[in-house]
Design a protein. Structure first.
Length: 171
């Protein structure tokens, strides 16, 4: 089920920029794509104005498929403002992550987001991060590159990208 959703999303993202349906998936390692589930637990906080659940970031993954509980908390940054992401029962929240920005050579941008905490309620979320295998090299898809569109990102192994990002080193 999750794999079907992921395949569809990657297909739409590929076609959306004029590529073959399987282009993004192949660019992420094809059937070796890794599904990494995390559970976020944000207990009530006495001073929600002074704390964040997760600091602002973009996801390192390709896409993130996330299910939250009903407690408001996720915000995305757009046009200099933080916007609440509305909770819609049974809806999935999809984040574009860094690897899609790289594959698309910047045509898609990874979404900058953060979470706030609540004074009374516990918030939880269950994201699944779709990641290339560590040794797999990710870079702008060659079909998107030409004289007018030079590569904006280096091609490198996913594990090296991860290492640089986690240690705040230049990519
Ligand atoms: O809890 C959320 O809604 C988002 C969490 C998040 O951004 C993350 O785990 O990367
Ligand atoms: Fe995130």
């Amino acid at each position: 089920m999750l794999i079907e959703v992921a395949n569809k999303l990657l297909g739409f993202l590929s076609k959306g920029i004029g590529l073959e349906e399987n282009a993004m998936k192949e660019g992420l390692g094809g059937e070796d794509l890794i599904y990494l589930m995390k559970i976020n637990y944000y207990p009530p906080c006495p001073c929600p104005d002074l704390a964040l659940g997760v600091v602002p970031h973009t996801d390192i993954s390709s896409i993130t498929i996330l299910v939250p509980n009903e407690v408001q908390g996720l915000q995305v940054f757009k046009d200099d403002h933080w916007y609440d992401v509305a909770y819609i029962p049974n809806a999935l929240i999809i984040h574009i992550g860094d690897q899609i920005e790289i594959l698309s050579n910047g045509k898609y941008k990874s979404v900058y987001h953060r979470t706030t905490v609540s004074k009374e309620k516990t918030r939880m979320s269950w994201p699944v991060f779709l990641e290339p295998p560590p040794e797999f090299e990710v870079g702008p898809i060659p079909k998107l590159i030409n004289q007018d569109n030079p590569p904006k990102y280096k091609t490198k192994k996913y594990k090296d990208y991860l290492y640089c990002k986690l240690n705040k080193l230049p990519q």
